[in-house]
Design a protein around this ligand. Structure first.
Ligand SMILES: Cc1cc2nc3c(=O)[nH]c(=O)nc-3n(C[C@H](O)[C@H](O)[C@H](O)COP(=O)(O)OP(=O)(O)OC[C@H]3O[C@@H](n4cnc5c(N)ncnc54)[C@H](O)[C@@H]3O)c2cc1C
Ligand code: FES
Length: 257
């Protein structure tokens, strides 16, 4: 059951020049949210911006809930200016979250940019069974690397300009990995991806070419977050579905690009 609540900001610190970590006191969070679920977050006491913005659960526990966010436009610009002791409104947890892999399956997590926010709690849950591919434009765009290193079986980072990790897109690196580990049976792999739409489309192509199953967390323009306004609808093989209600996580082969 999702719930509407007001939470106090304990910290809202920059992690690099255009990303912040928001730490909230979370008394009354109704249930333990699952990796891949999200919250609608708004600035308490103002109607500007009118609409709350969706953010993935990044981390929770010890009476706190954390969000990792990229400063993009008006809403996140205002959120960045908020300080300890100020309040935000929260609606959540919302959406379906990532189904966990069966035993003996190797999960390959593919994060592009701020997509790491959604995959981080999944990586923490799967820990040393997961291989995480994490790509950014440049090295200073990659977040939480120290924590991620100790968390997963293998962390493979990449940057478009080669300033950290392997040079190329996260998809280039995934393809090289799959080619050079051809002894891995594709039926023993499961993909989990979150990132910009072109990256998700490319993951879908790889999955289809190699016959690998998996899940992607899609983005949609959200207004209500609870299935009422249809602003977040995406085209699937079974018709339009709401990212906020039937998603944000869909089986890879389900989405029509
Ligand atoms: C399920 C999900 C999880 C996400 N998780 C994260 C996360 O963990 N971290 C993260 O950084 N980002 C995440 N995002 C993306 C994040 O929600 C956007 O970057 C954020 O909403 C940007 O808000 P903004 O106001 O700064 O940007 P803007 O570009 O100003 O606005 C964001 C959206 O709201 C719409 N909008 C703005 N104003 C109005 C208006 N007046 N009326 C109607 N629509 C309007 C815009 O069309 C735009 O699509 C997630 C998105 C989804 C769907
Ligand atoms: S945001 Fe309103 S239906 Fe999804």
């Amino acid at each position: 059951m999702s719930k509407y609540l007001i939470a106090e900001i304990k910290d809202n610190r920059p992690v690099n020049k255009n990303h912040n970590l928001l730490v909230l006191d979370s008394p009354g969070i109704p249930e333990t949210p699952s990796p891949g679920q999200f919250y609608m977050v708004g600035i308490e006491g103002t109607n500007d911006p009118l609409l709350k913005r969706p953010f993935s659960l990044f981390r929770e526990g010890n009476g706190e809930i954390h969000f990792l966010y990229r400063i993009k436009g008006k809403g996140t610009g205002l959120l960045r200016q908020m300080e300890k002791g100020e309040k935000v409104s929260l609606l959540g947890p919302l959406g379906n979250g990532y189904p966990l892999p069966p035993k003996n399956i190797t999960p390959l997590l593919i994060a592009g940019g701020i997509g790491i926010a959604s995959l981080f709690p999944l990586a923490a849950k799967l820990s040393d069974s997961a291989i995480l591919f994490y790509g950014g434009r440049t090295g200073d765009e990659l977040l939480m690397l120290d924590e991620l290193k100790g968390m997963v079986k293998e962390l493979i980072i990449s940057t478009d300009n080669g300033s950290a990790g392997k040079k190329g897109t996260v998809i280039d690196v995934l393809n090289i990995f799959l080619t050079s580990n051809s002894q891995l049976l594709t039926s023993n792999l499961l993909l989990y991806a979150c990132g910009p739409s072109p990256m998700l489309e490319a993951v879908s192509r790889v999955a289809s070419e190699k016959g690998i199953k998996g899940y992607i967390s899609t983005e949609g323009n959200m207004a209500c977050g609870v299935g009422a306004c249809l602003s977040c609808a995406v085209n699937t093989k079974k018709g339009y579905k709401r990212v906020c209600k039937e998603g944000p996580v869909f089986a890879i082969e389900e989405i029509v690009w």
